[in-house]
Design a protein around this ligand. Sequence first.
Ligand SMILES: Nc1ncnc2c1ncn2[C@@H]1O[C@H](COP(=O)(O)OP(=O)(O)OP(=O)(O)O)[C@@H](O)[C@H]1O
Length: 698
Amino acid sequence: MIKRIKSFFCKRQDKNTQKSTEKDCNINKQEEEKDYIPTQFELWSFYRKFLKFDYKQIIFQNISTLSCSIIYAKQPFLLVRIKNALMQNDFVDLQSAFIGYLFCILLRQVLNFVESQISQNSFKKMKEETVKQILDHLFSLDMQYFEENKVTQISAVIKQGAVQIYYELRYSKLFNKIDSYVDYLGQIYFIYTVNPIILVSMLIFSFISNILVMYFKGKQSQTQKKEAEESEFKDFALDDILNNMLVIKTFGTEKREIENLSKTIQQNKINLQKSQTYEKIVSIIEGSSYDIIKVVIILQIFFYSGLQEGKALFASTLSEIIGYSYCTFTITSDFLKLFKSQPADYYENRKKYIGKVMKLFEVVPKIKQDYENSQSDFSLFQGDITFDNISFSYPVSKDHLAQMNQLKHREEQEKKKQLNNKENQVQQAEEIAQETDSNSTEDKLKEQEQEKEDLLNKQQNKQIDQVVIKNLSFQIKKGEFVAFVGTSGSGKSTIIKLIQRFYDVNSGAILLDGQNIKDISLNKLRRSIGLVSQEPSLFDNDIEYNITYGCENNKYTQEELRYICDISGVSEFVFDQKRFPEGLKTLVGSKGTKLSGGQKQRIAIARALIKKPKILILDEATSSLDAESENTVQQYIDQLVGQRGITIIVVAHRLSTIVKSDNIFVMKKGKLREQGTHQQLLALNGIYSKLVHNQISF
Ligand SMILES: Nc1ncnc2c1ncn2[C@@H]1O[C@H](COP(=O)(O)OP(=O)(O)OP(=O)(O)O)[C@@H](O)[C@H]1O
């Protein structure tokens, strides 16, 4: 999907740059996975394996549908019996056939009603269950998945996937085809009993018109697919524009964005029009075929049966034959579909998101999640953390792999070019060699070639296997206040992610109170850590909800809440009756837009503290705040540090905030280069002291 977004951006390039990047985009397009459309069999095995539905309901519904169609198939025969009884004046048979006919109608209606009543509720429940089960799987996935995939994409897969699974189960029932065939065969047999020649001519005509319908439906499906893709691009474009509104306004590029968006919309419109035209053609063929079949039947009757006989037939059975003629059209259409490798009707597009849900279920978490086991004993952890010779590199993402493939492709092209050049050069060299020493020239060329190849391989390996943390060892004792500092990209935030086990290390061990974190329940580990990050994300709810979000089973007292608000600085603004008349019940708005950065950050600190963590991590918690807000938040952090109840780990760029730490770890390029107190590090006159001087001089 990321590739698709990329290819979208490729489309957005202006014409000049488009030419140069077109090649890259094409490579990406080739590599891009096509939408996976599952077959019916794959769907059923997927449901059986991953989605737990009430299958009894589905079986009941299908049996009832099948019963309805068997009853329905009986009707034409009863009609023939009624007709014959009427012609022969056999009133006894007429009576029994007529009662049977009425009974069939009644039973079918009753079964239909019961089935629709039951299925309406059960399928609704299934839709909710599907969303729940997809979410269940999603929550079990590693953070890596969420870092690699767009939120809007994941959300579309859940919403559309659940809806499509619902429709698939509701309207393409297991016995859907079988019950139709029972219907059709009964009707066809009826026509056969009346006149086999009529039946044959109906089947031949249906066959021809169905081939035409298939052709135009194929065309329609292709344009529909294009249209759906364009529509997705349009959504991405819109998301992208809305997310970057500030940048667009700052750069004054509103007009350009509108033009780009209009182009995408225009293209989308063309494909939509094409698809609608094909749809009309299909409906004309389908509609007129049915009428033509009727004409053919009438002609056949008069041609084969003679005028007198035809009149009799016309009076008695023609209307019934015409009524059933549509079934020959449908049965030939279903028959033809069996021979198509890629059924190309709209229904297949409807399965697109089911395919994406199936792909989602193929993603297996590397780290076993146990968030359901919430009855954990936190008192075990004291907050001693040890990193024992840790090395770590981020797993290679699909996106990265695609980039690498692209790089490889380019290199292959480059090599081909070089090979051609080399041949020319060798030719030249041979000519020169006639005058000088031929061997040495060829050797030189070979050496150069080898050097180039080595360099390319090195670059490739470097990109695939970027070691972010290298042989890192340190110890943090319980209740200590420590800080990680270093240049951007040195691995500070990665260390924080590793402590929370969002990723597993490549080698070495991380110990919590002497226990390897791989042996600790993930739920217990994460619940004993409180995290405040640079950009606090708040739920669109009130302040109290956000602060108490991590409370087990929502258990907390108003005194506890008040205490947490006091120590985190929330009380300072939230109980101000003028500005916050609703107090803790004030709604924060989407992503906390109704609050200032400093207020949001204090709520995030309160949220981290209320679950009484043994380790509090502040990952650049104040760096996005203005000086005044930073001072306020920092005061509260200093107070927390003063209490010394928990281990506090701070990642900071502003060194003034960590002067009082017990230990400062100085990172550079994934390695621990220095450690000690502020004074000790200054005395060392190394990297830290340089960082301090840079900030002071600034
Ligand atoms: N999810 C990720 N996938 C792949 N590489 C990543 C990921 N997150 C970080 N990196 C890479 O890991 C390296 C260390 O990143 P990290 O965020 O730990 O640095 P940092 O010291 O916290 O930087 P900063 O101070 O700028 O926040 C960087 O080269 C970065 O590009």
